[in-house]
Design a protein around this ligand. Structure first.
Ligand SMILES: [Zn+2]
Length: 286
């Protein structure tokens, strides 16, 4: 039996006399903080051994209204649109605590009216602290998996015909799956659909395309201000390694959140980067 190391992740509430917990001052610092936080979280659980490891996340007690008569002021530095999947606890995977992140979760992390409305609220009302908007997909996403299965065999759609609420989520994801499948065919030829791991590769490529498209759409709808002040990024949380993965245009780097494409032409380049990424390439190797 392999002995796992024990890990304590501790939220430590500081006394009210300590200085307020710092917040990133711009979008670059906010991005660095989330990437660093995820790197630390992933590293914490790597290399199973019987060691004991402790990680302390300092939390300002005032962010929970402790020791103070006044209500805490809402001051998140990032808004995150993630999937509802219970395996992706957003604050935990970024090493953050209360009042750090404005989190919206919905199956498949797609954009709907209520999602955009919530983000618009954050952008309009929390602009003092908010520096970053993140769209976060995750590997093995059930919503994208269902969309791929419907795409590959439309008879899978029949049981969903009367489930209007589910179809609403699914129909928007199918657009991304179709685009990803078209890209697969143009890069690898039509015989790619016979590859034994085609379904798996199509699911994973669709997941990252969906996150990038979400970030692009949010930027177009809400990001008419200075991008240095409010940046939109995307990534995919890998259940396998607990790291955030994001192939990107004109960079070999694949780990960490990446900036949203700025124009439609960048999607073509991003599509190439996704298919050239180590992760998708390794899925297609037997
Ligand atoms: Zn999911």
């Amino acid at each position: 039996m392999v002995r796992m190391k024990s890990v304590d992740i501790i939220y430590r509430y500081e006394t009210r006399d300590t200085p307020a917990r710092s917040r990133p001052l711009d979008s670059v610092a906010a991005l660095d903080r989330l990437n660093d936080g995820n790197r630390e979280f992933a590293a914490l659980l790597e290399n199973p051994s019987d060691q004991h490891v402790e990680r302390i996340i300092s939390v300002d007690s005032r962010d929970l209204g402790l020791g103070d008569a006044t209500l805490p002021k809402q001051r998140p530095f990032a808004a995150i649109l993630g999937c509802s999947d219970a395996r992706v606890p957003v604050e935990l995977i970024f090493n953050e605590g209360p009042n750090d992140l404005f989190v919206i979760r919905i199956a498949g992390n797609g954009l709907g009216t209520e999602i955009l409305g919530s983000l618009k609220y954050a952008v309009d009302n929390l602009r003092g602290s908010l520096k970053l908007i993140v769209v976060l997909g995750h590997s093995g996403c059930g919503a994208l998996t269902t969309a791929v299965d419907v795409f590959l065999d439309p008879t899978n759609y029949l049981p969903l015909v009367t489930m209007h609420s589910l179809r609403r989520i699914l129909d928007s994801l199918l657009v991304v799956v179709r685009a990803s499948a078209r890209k697969f065919r143009s890069v690898f030829g039509p015989e790619i659909s016979d590859h034994p791991r085609y379904r798996e590769a199509l699911i994973e490529a669709s997941i990252v395309n969906n996150a990038a498209l979400g970030a692009y759409s949010i930027q177009q709808e809400l990001g008419n201000g200075d991008p240095a002040k409010l940046q939109t990024v995307y990534g995919v949380y890998l259940l396998e390694t607990r790291q955030v993965w994001a192939p990107r245009v004109s960079e070999i780097k694949e780990i960490g959140l990446a900036s949203a494409p700025r124009e439609p032409a960048e999607f073509i380049k991003l599509g190439n980067a996704i298919f050239q990424s180590d992760r998708i390439q390794s899925l297609l190797q037997l």
